[in-house]
Design a protein around this ligand. Structure first.
Ligand code: S3P
Length: 172
């Protein structure tokens, strides 16, 4: 069974994923890294040079590769992964989906630095950033909220996630 971590950019999917994988004896996989590997270019480049539709198709293909992997994986998804095609449905069929829900002010704080590798935010003027994040989060929450579990908080606690999984009734 795979465990998929979803949530907005900056919600801590990768750093928590690595820690969670260590604690639960799973392998960690970063979907953005797999996309990079499969296409020989960074996600930001694929996105900027070939366009979002192209990137989303490659993202879907990477997710399909992950579904076929016969090992226990904690997968850190891209912020947009559950919002396109039937990706979210497929993730739920193949494992447990956890939404890391971080508040808007905290996301804005975390995303206020250099966003060169975040194509959806690159070039946004600092004063426009909060509104940009708010709008995108508003569009995406309808998908994020369909996760099997929602872990909410600006300081994520590994034990909380482990407890949720323990009592999920699913084999971990
Ligand atoms: C995206 C988030 C990125 C990456 C791509 C698109 C998004 O991943 O997949 O730039 O649509 O929110 P992170 O959430 O890991 O930054």
């Amino acid at each position: 069974m795979h465990i998929f971590l979803i949530g907005f950019m900056g919600s801590g999917k990768s750093s928590l994923g690595v820690a969670l994988a260590k604690s639960l004896n799973y392998e960690f996989l970063d979907l953005d890294e797999l996309i990079t590997e499969q296409n020989g270019d960074t996600c930001a480049n694929l996105f900027n040079l070939k366009g979002e539709d192209f990137f989303r198709k490659k993202e879907k293909l990477a997710l399909e590769t992950v579904m076929k992997m016969d090992k226990k994986l904690i997968i850190s998804c891209g912020g947009g992964t559950p919002c396109f095609y039937d990706n979210l449905e497929k993730m739920k069929e193949n494992g447990v989906v956890i939404y890391l829900k971080v508040s808007l002010p905290e996301l804005t704080r975390r995303l206020s630095g250099n966003n060169a590798n975040r194509p959806l935010l690159t070039g946004t003027e600092p004063e426009q950033l909060p509104e940009k994040i708010e709008n995108l989060l508003f569009e995406r929450e309808q998908f994020y909220k369909q996760a099997n579990y929602i872990i909410e908080g600006d300081t994520m606690n590994l034990d909380r996630i482990i407890n949720v999984l323990k009592y999920s009734g699913k084999p971990i």
